[in-house]
Write a protein that binds this ligand. Structure first.
Ligand SMILES: NC(=O)c1ccc[n+]([C@@H]2O[C@H](COP(=O)([O-])OP(=O)(O)OC[C@H]3O[C@@H](n4cnc5c(N)ncnc54)[C@H](OP(=O)(O)O)[C@@H]3O)[C@@H](O)[C@H]2O)c1
Length: 257
């Protein structure tokens, strides 16, 4: 399954009927094109990037390489609108820049990265317009063919919304992957702790976008992912692992929970 065109992989079916493959490759800390190349070679066809990661031009080189021998429709590319580009008149320019940097012709998914707007070039809150104004500018991107799908990131959940788990390995692997209970669960399932974390999310209907700069981890994270599901007893142990701990906590954002 992995390695098949994105639309032929199992995943989330979007209202447009496009498929967001259950596993994508996260790139926030990826400095050059090598890791995306490894990801394509390992079978990923779903890439998560964002202007704020500062690496879209680098990753675009790997995408351009891939597209020399493949159809554009074989991959699913996500980018995100940074917070200082929420002004409706900035949205199109920001999206077009990401498309240009990623060398991907159009985006399969464009997300509002965070729900707060900043003044251009700053981290100061911007309150002259509403998120709805930004969203309407996002909608225009679909009409103009720059983005096939649009969505939001780091917003409170509404009903019927498809969810993607970012940092599905806990961001800092030391925080989660060495947990003795997880290690024991993985052993009982004959998988690695990372593989169990990823499949646990997929089994509850949540797509995953793990990041890695290691060719071995990139492969491990996707290998066989579509060929198994968590046995009920393993799922129960995973469900009980909650530690009431938040691992991503940016200074500018207040969570509702
Ligand atoms: N929308 C948002 O606001 C938002 C926020 C955060 C993240 N994201 C997205 O989610 C992606 C993933 O998040 P993340 O990077 O924060 O966290 P993550 O994927 O949970 O963890 C990445 C870390 O796990 C390690 N790792 C990966 N596979 C491993 C394996 N099989 N065994 C052991 N360690 C492994 C990586 O180290 P190695 O490099 O050594 O493998 C890296 O240190 C990002 O790249 C980004 O695309 C989005």
């Amino acid at each position: 399954m992995a390695g098949k065109p994105a639309q032929q992989q199992p995943g989330l079916h979007m209202p447009s009927d496009d498929v967001f493959p259950w596993i994508g490759f996260g790139t926030s800390g990826i400095p050059n094109a090598d890791s995306v190349r490894h990801a394509f070679a390992a079978g990923y066809r779903n890439v998560d990037d964002a202007a704020a990661y500062g690496n879209e031009a680098a990753n675009g080189v790997a995408i351009a390489d891939f597209l020399r021998d493949h159809q554009r429709s074989e991959i699913f590319v996500t980018s995100k609108l940074w917070q200082d580009k929420h002004r409706p008149e900035s949205v199109r320019t920001a999206c077009a820049q990401s498309i240009k940097d990623l060398q991907c012709q159009y985006l399969d998914l464009y997300l509002i990265h965070w729900p707060e707007a900043f003044k251009p070039g700053t981290r100061e809150p911007e309150t002259d317009f509403s998120l709805l104004d930004t969203w309407r500018a996002m909608e225009a991107l679909v009409g103009d063919g720059l983005a096939l799908n649009i969505g939001v990131s780091n917003f409170s959940l509404g009903q019927g919304v498809h969810v993607v788990a970012y940092s599905p390995l806990g961001h800092d692997p030391k925080a989660i992957l060495g947990d003795p209970e997880l290690v024991s669960i993985a052993k009982s399932a004959g998988k690695t702790p990372a593989q169990v974390c990823l499949r646990w999310n997929i089994d509850r209907g949540v797509a995953v976008i793990p990041e890695s700069g290691s060719a071995e981890h990139i492969k491990e994270n996707i290998e066989g992912i579509y060929n198994w599901t968590l046995p009920a007893a393993v799922k129960e142990r995973m469900d009980a692992l909650n530690r009431d701990q938040r691992l991503i906590d940016p200074t500018w954002h207040e969570w509702e929970d």
